[in-house]
Design a protein around this ligand. Sequence first.
Ligand code: FES
Length: 98
Amino acid sequence: MPIVSIPDRGKDFEVNEGEVLYDSLHDQGEELPHGCLSGSCGACRVEIIEGSENLSPPGAVEIDTVKSLTEELSLEGKNVRLSCRARVLGNISFRPIK
Ligand code: FES
C-alpha cells in the first residue's frame, strides 16, 4: 500500500492505491482544508514535496484551477496539486498550502 506522509504534522498514512488523496486521509480521520471537493475552488491545494510522479495526472479542471491559484498566490516553482482530485498511486509526501 502506498504511504502518504505529512511531515509538518509528523504523520504517515497507509492508503489504498488509486484512492483520491483527500478521501484517503478523511477516511482515517485526518482533515485537510477543502471546499467544493470537485476541483474548482482550490481550497484543498497542497504542495507535493516528494513523489509527484506517484499521483494521477491532473485533468483539465485541476489544471485550470492550479493555474489560477499559482497566479493569485504566487506559487510559481511549487508542485501544486488538488487533494480532492489527485489519486495516490505510490508513496508521496506533501503539505497543505494556506
Ligand atoms: S475542494 Fe475545491 S478544488 Fe478541491
